[in-house]
Design a protein around this ligand. Structure first.
Ligand SMILES: NC(=O)c1ccc[n+]([C@@H]2O[C@H](COP(=O)([O-])OP(=O)(O)OC[C@H]3O[C@@H](n4cnc5c(N)ncnc54)[C@H](OP(=O)(O)O)[C@@H]3O)[C@@H](O)[C@H]2O)c1
Length: 372
């Protein structure tokens, strides 16, 4: 029996879906899913599929460099499209890309590329679309790492021509992690999707790109599901809900007379330094089995109360993501000329709050951390 890092499923068996493709069927908590690993889709196969392609990575921000360098190190034909007079252009040069050889402005790279990997920020994708679209000629492929532009086409205006393939590989981690894990010889988990299959070969192309950018295993999704789960996740447990629930607990402890040290340690520090790493390694079930009986009884009882309290908020959040409301808010905010200034104000409010100032001090006092 073989296990794949990052999953708890065991491979049940491999299925030959058609002559060219093999996917592994795996059991995830009782639900069978088809996934693709490097065993089913080796790098050599990816190179064969992509051997005649010029992969134009448009955007050298966070994902761009990671995917471009991994593809290049995997022996694929990569060029970069990045607007000039920008620190990102200089960064690309530092990473070894050569101007007018494999580093161009956005339009030139889009013209030369046969797979156009659209890795600009979501707002950048909207603005640069009129430049990209004319170069999406018949037979080319448009590649994304997020379903935003396509799913919210009503707001983004991104509607690709019918005679191009439109595919997605979304690594489940920051660009820095994508590159770091690759350099360590491991692979990131990624989702993949096909939105438009004009060539009849979009699926093998997307899997080849997935393996090429350094994925360890790939699971299937749709553009819509990718963006709905991603936007719900970052507004929810990953950041919005996490920040909100931490603030609520900190505030109540402070109101009841606890010191900032005590409130911060009981709310954030113990969670991030001790419990979350343990949950990551062993799961929540293990955590419940390996805490004091007092913590265990209380946490088992209160878990239900908290779930019931926040379920309606998550329901509202999902509906707002699904309706396009969240996309509209983001696009509107990002297009305001003073957006960065307003954003700075909001971020400073968090940074200068008692809670997070107390946090900065607590971090300085961690064992082994030298004082700034
Ligand atoms: N961040 C992640 O780790 C991550 C993870 C999974 C998926 N993704 C997806 O990957 C894609 C790229 O994300 P990212 O985080 O790498 O984006 P990012 O860091 O915000 O990338 C910004 C890139 O877009 C360019 N850009 C922004 N506005 C532009 C405009 N108006 N015209 C031309 N270029 C513009 C930037 O150029 P300048 O530097 O010159 O401004 C830079 O090259 C997105 O679809 C994102 O959702 C990201």
């Amino acid at each position: 029996m073989r296990r794949i890092p990052g999953t708890s499923g065991e491979i049940l068996h491999c299925v030959q879906n058609d002559k060219k493709r093999i996917m592994a069927k795996m059991n995830f908590g009782g639900v069978t899913e088809e996934v693709v690993t490097r065993k089913e889709f080796p790098l050599q196969k990816a190179k064969d599929v992509l051997k005649n392609e010029v992969i134009a990575i448009i955007g050298y921000g966070v994902q761009g460099p990671a995917q471009a360098l991994n593809l290049r190190d995997n022996g694929l034909n990569v060029i970069i499209g990045q607007r000039k007079n920008s620190p990102s252009f200089e960064k690309a040069k530092k990473d070894g890309w050569k101007e007018e050889k494999n580093l161009f402005d956005i339009e030139e790279a889009a013209k030369r590329g046969t797979i156009i990997a659209y890795l600009l920020s979501d707002a950048g994708q909207i603005q640069a679309w009129p430049t990209i679209k004319p170069h999406l000629t018949s037979g080319k492929t448009l590649f994304f790492s997020h379903g935003f532009g396509i799913t919210y086409k009503k707001h983004t205006g991104i509607v690709p021509p019918k005679d191009v393939d439109v595919i997605l590989v979304a690594p489940k981690g920051s660009g820095r992690t994508v590159r770091k894990i690759f350099l360590e010889g491991r692979g990131i988990n990624s989702s993949f999707a096909v939105f438009q299959d004009a060539s009849g070969k979009a699926k093998e192309k997307v899997l080849a790109m997935g393996i090429g950018v350094g994925s360890g295993y790939l699971f299937e999704t749709t553009f819509q599901k990718e963006v709905y789960s991603d936007l719900t996740g970052e507004r929810g447990v990953l950041m919005g809900a996490l920040a909100g629930i931490m603030e609520a607990q900190y505030n109540i402890l402070r109101k009841k007379g606890h010191t900032p040290s005590e409130a911060f340690n009981e709310t954030v520090e113990e969670a991030t330094q001790s419990l979350i790493p343990l949950i990551s390694e062993n799961g929540m079930d293990w955590m419940y089995e390996n805490c004091s009986t007092t913590a265990q009884r209380g946490a088992l009882d209160w878990r239900h109360k908290f779930r019931k309290a926040v379920e309606p908020v998550f329901k509202e959040l999902y509906e707002k993501v699904k309706s396009g409301h969240e996309a509209e808010v983001v696009i509107k905010a990002n297009s305001k000329p003073d957006y960065k200034k307003q954003l700075r104000k909001e971020l400073d409010e968090i940074k200068n709050s008692e809670m997070w100032k107390a946090g900065a001090r607590v971090r300085e006092l961690r064992p082994g951390v030298s004082k700034k």
